[in-house]
Design a protein around this ligand. Structure first.
Ligand code: 9MJ
Length: 677
């Protein structure tokens, strides 16, 4: 029990600290996802241990967001927060519940609005004149920000139009446009070396600035989302929508994206539309708000302790999830670089299940201070690449095991060395380290290198295990009986692989350079090097200065190339590949020129059926050598379908799409014609 109490105390202490930073100092020191997670943990613990609930627990309050900078004002009626849901079921439950409460089965008019991510305020107008404005504060009392609100251009100091009530309360959101936030941060950063973390924080900091003149300069905006009358005025304004339109007529800004809906289908449509559009909007939204449109029904439904029963926020998924870290494994790359990879319980983010994320380097491990079983926050950086953002330290167990970067290679046990300039820790064992050997050999014969069809990582691993290969040269001396010893390699497959190995000797200078796998020498750099040097000898004997002279080849890559060719065993291997094995290339321009002349150059080709004169693998190899791209499925983009006997559904699909079709006879003459060019 004491340990549960300690856990609860720790959670409360931290949540209150985060609330203080967020609401009082306008600083987010944790992400929304982490804050929500901690609050959720506290709810769970308290609901299982009700005797431990205290009145000052963050779960019992609307928000403890009052600073001493402003005088406090009591709201005429509580400014409650909205109930939240993140999924359609949550929304459907809300709809069902309200229908039950007001005892109706028929459809009901609902008002869908955007949920602007700003700061809620209440403004009181008397006889159409702005007399006071307050922040939400703790829901019951807010801060008197009248002087500051008067500085916001879009908030009228005097309402214009007809039927202006004696006293009127307007509620809405103060926010900042994304573009104004960027400009403000640039200025703020220059002058004070500080920055706001998001437009919401910037808006909060500007609205609650002690100097209203600063507020005036900060380009705050306002959007009205509710109004309340105090007397029996405006009886005819019977719906939320009509009221908002009236506010608009008085000169108050109301966001134009409002839709009246009568079924959940329209609500979902609205949600999906803005989930897609939210990035291109000028301001941040974090969901939509659905409100019962009839004021009479709103009054019937009333409030519970925390929120109105007649509204719900249907929030967009934050692109962050919290999960449990299971392990960190240290991968050895092709060039010996050691990359830590975090493995965690799978989480679903932006349509994809992810269970691992690269941690890049040692300093990232140190920054995160990871322990096994930690709760970790995962996102998809740029909405694509899995990233471990941070660790929730508060919920860590006392005896958790810390993740430590190894000192020795996890595969071959060689001492690891750090390259400070590149910030990379490497195992320098090269091809004697099994991990590097497997990856380097696979790289040497991969699609963008010398390309041997059918020589995948599985076969290469088996060849290494059986001691049949230890470097690229060995592959060129493999015999049929070597390959047929391997699992799932029959006579036909073996012959095809051997033929392809033989074929790959005819290559390009660029492909050969790339195949060597020198750190930093990717496809583009290989091309630049191949264009610069006319002969391999020149490259092998180039000094760092000369290498560095090539555009796109920096200091680090020049060093890597120079070091590579300084190692005698590498020079010997390259020479043997050229002189004994017989790898060769034509002048690169000539080669590309020859390729372009073939019928198949850059054509997207799909194969179907069985061919009399070729196996599938053979045919693929021939076509690729003639510049074709072989694809598995027919689409609008397919250039032609080559079909043999017993063709499948691809044939009919291609016919429907009017794609060019070639039979085996036509194919043979095309190959003959193009190969003699
Ligand atoms: C925002 N944030 O845009 C409400 N809100 O209604 C809208 N907030 C709200 N409505 C009642 N559109 C309480 C809060």
């Amino acid at each position: 029990m004491t340990s549960i109490k300690n856990k609860i105390d720790k959670l409360r202490k931290n949540i209150l600290k985060y609330q203080y930073f967020y609401h009082t100092l306008d600083q987010s020191i944790v992400s929304d996802a982490e804050y929500d997670y901690l609050l959720h943990q506290l709810y769970n613990l308290e609901s299982k241990n009700k005797e431990l609930i205290t009145l000052d627990s963050p779960t019992q309050k609307v928000g403890a967001n009052l600073s001493n900078k402003f005088k406090k004002i009591k709201h005429f009626s509580p400014m409650l927060s909205l109930e939240n849901t993140f999924d359609i079921n949550g929304y459907l439950t809300f709809e069902k519940r309200i229908k039950k409460l007001i005892n109706i089965e028929r459809t009901m008019s609902l008002c869908c609005e955007l949920k602007i991510d700003g700061i809620a305020i209440s403004i009181i107008y008397e006889e159409g004149i702005l007399v006071r404005a307050a922040t939400r504060g703790d829901g019951f009392k807010g801060e008197n920000v009248t002087a500051n609100v008067r500085m916001i251009e879009s908030i009228p100091l005097k309402l214009e139009g007809t039927d202006i009530p004696k006293r009127l309360e307007i509620r809405g959101e103060v926010f900042m446009l994304k573009s104004d936030f960027i400009k403000l941060n640039q200025k703020y950063n220059m002058n004070q070396n500080k920055s706001f973390s998001n437009p919401r924080n910037a808006a909060a900091g500007s609205l609650r600035h002690i100097n209203p003149k600063i507020t005036a300069k900060r380009k705050l905006r306002f959007s009205c989302y509710g109004c309340y009358f105090f007397a029996e005025d405006n009886q005819e304004l019977t719906t939320h929508y009509k009221r908002l339109m009236k506010c608009l007529s008085w000169g108050l800004p109301v966001n134009k994206e409002i839709v009246l809906s009568s079924s959940y289908i329209e609500v979902i449509e609205f949600y999906k539309k803005f989930e897609k559009k939210r990035k291109s909007l000028e301001f941040d939204i974090d969901g939509i708000v659905i409100k019962v449109n009839s004021i009479e029904l709103q009054n019937k439904l009333g409030f519970n302790t925390k929120s109105p029963r007649w509204a719900i926020a249907f929030k967009f998924f934050s692109a962050e999830r919290i999960t449990t870290l299971n392990d960190v494994k240290f991968q050895v790359g092709r060039t010996g670089s050691i990359t830590p990879v975090a493995y965690f319980d799978p989480v679903y983010i932006s349509g994809v299940m992810i269970s691992k994320a690269s941690l890049h380097n040692k300093s990232e491990i140190e920054r995160l201070n990871l322990h096994v079983n930690d709760s970790v926050i995962i996102c998809r950086s740029g909405d694509v690449i899995p990233k471990l953002l941070s660790v929730i330290q508060i919920t860590r167990c006392n005896n958790a095991k810390k993740i430590i970067f190894p000192k020795f290679c996890p595969v071959c046990n060689t001492k690891l060395l750090e390259n400070a300039e590149e910030k990379i820790i490497r195992c320098h064992a090269g091809l004697t380290c099994d991990a590097q050997k497997k990856k380097s050999l696979y790289h040497f014969f991969s699609k963008k290198s010398l390309y041997v069809i059918g020589l995948g990582p599985k076969i290469i691993n088996e060849l290494i295990q059986k001691g049949l290969v230890k470097n690229p040269i060995d592959f060129f001396y493999l015999k049929n009986f070597d390959l047929t010893k391997l699992q799932n390699v029959g006579n036909k497959k073996s012959i095809n692989i051997i033929n392809s190995i033989h074929e790959c000797k005819k290559t390009t200078f660029k492909r050969f350079i790339y195949a060597l796998g020198i750190p930093g020498v990717g496809e583009t750099v290989s091309e630049k090097i191949a264009n610069y040097f006319t002969k391999l000898d020149e490259l092998m004997n180039a000094d760092i200065l000369k290498l560095n002279y090539i555009e796109g080849v920096g200091k680090i890559i020049s060093n890597n190339i120079f070091n590579y060719f300084s190692i005698i065993s590498n020079r010997d291997m390259v020479n043997e590949l050229i002189i004994k094995v017989g790898i060769f290339w034509k002048d690169q321009d000539q080669y590309e020129f020859d390729m372009k002349k073939t019928y198949f150059f850059h054509k997207k080709i799909v194969l179907t059926g069985v061919f009399n004169s070729f196996s599938r693998m053979e045919l693929k190899r021939i076509l690729i050598n003639l510049g074709a791209k072989i694809l598995n499925n027919i689409s609008q983009k397919t250039d032609c379908l080559i079909y043999g006997k017993n063709f499948g559904s691809k044939f009919f699909k291609a016919k429907n799409l009017n794609i060019k079709m070639i039979n085996e006879e036509e194919l043979k003459s095309l190959i003959l014609l193009n190969s003699t060019k």
